[in-house]
Design a protein. Structure first.
Length: 216
């Protein structure tokens, strides 16, 4: 989408998101994710629908590798057609490393993406590299556990392997609450910069992790 079209959008958008890590054994879990992204603050003008899943292998409690698939349907701002203008099929591989410094919990995410983007009856293949550093700070307890209010902040940079090297940057800050071992919610603000265009988004995220391991 050209920057001229992006500039016609509202200054604030909205992302409604669900994330889940579904543990199936001591070594493996299944990642599940749905993101409903809107051009406008009210969730009535869809920008993208993102569906992503993957298989996680837990190297340790502080290291996880993942291979997975994503489907992304993108809509032009105030489009009159109901079908998306572009569709993307994506494979990804990632490594997540965790560490703590005092009360702060750091999450490093390294991700590779192979992207097949189809628009105007043509398919374009692209590769992309992403790095995200996220920091969590519990507010009312020493660690994030049930009943904890916390702050979450991250910055993520996207890099292409061909054409324009810089793809985009995302800066995020949120207030979260851990209800129990399975359920967490975050209300946050994200600023995304794509080339010379920037836009803000209100984000509402629900994290629901399940554990299907048999109790001994």
């Amino acid at each position: 989408m050209s920057n001229s079209l992006l500039a016609q959008q509202d200054a604030f958008g909205n992302w409604l998101m669900y994330f889940g890590t579904n543990r199936i054994s001591d070594d493996f879990s299944v990642h599940s994710e749905v993101q409903y992204r809107n051009h406008t603050l009210a969730p009535v003008n869809i920008e993208q629908l993102l569906l992503r899943t993957g298989l996680n292998y837990h190297l340790s409690k502080n290291a996880i590798i993942t291979g997975g698939y994503g489907y992304i349907a993108s809509h032009v701002y105030e489009s009159e057609q109901k079908a998306p203008e572009s569709k993307e099929h994506r494979l990804f591989q990632q490594l997540i490393l965790l560490n703590k410094v005092g009360r702060l919990k750091f999450e490093h995410r390294y991700r590779l993406e192979q992207r097949w983007v189809r628009a105007n009856e043509a398919t374009d293949y692209r590769n992309r590299i992403r790095y995200r550093l996220m920091v969590f700070l519990p507010i009312n307890k020493p660690v994030i556990e049930p009943g904890t209010l916390f702050l979450g902040v991250y910055d993520e940079v996207f890099m292409n392997t061909e054409n324009v090297f810089f793809d985009r940057n995302r800066l995020y800050a949120a207030l979260g609450y851990q209800f129990n071992k399975q359920l967490q919610a975050q209300l946050g603000y994200l600023y995304q910069r794509v080339n010379d265009f920037g836009k803000s988004y209100l984000q509402v995220a629900v994290v629901f992790n399940t554990d299907f391991r048999k109790e001994e």
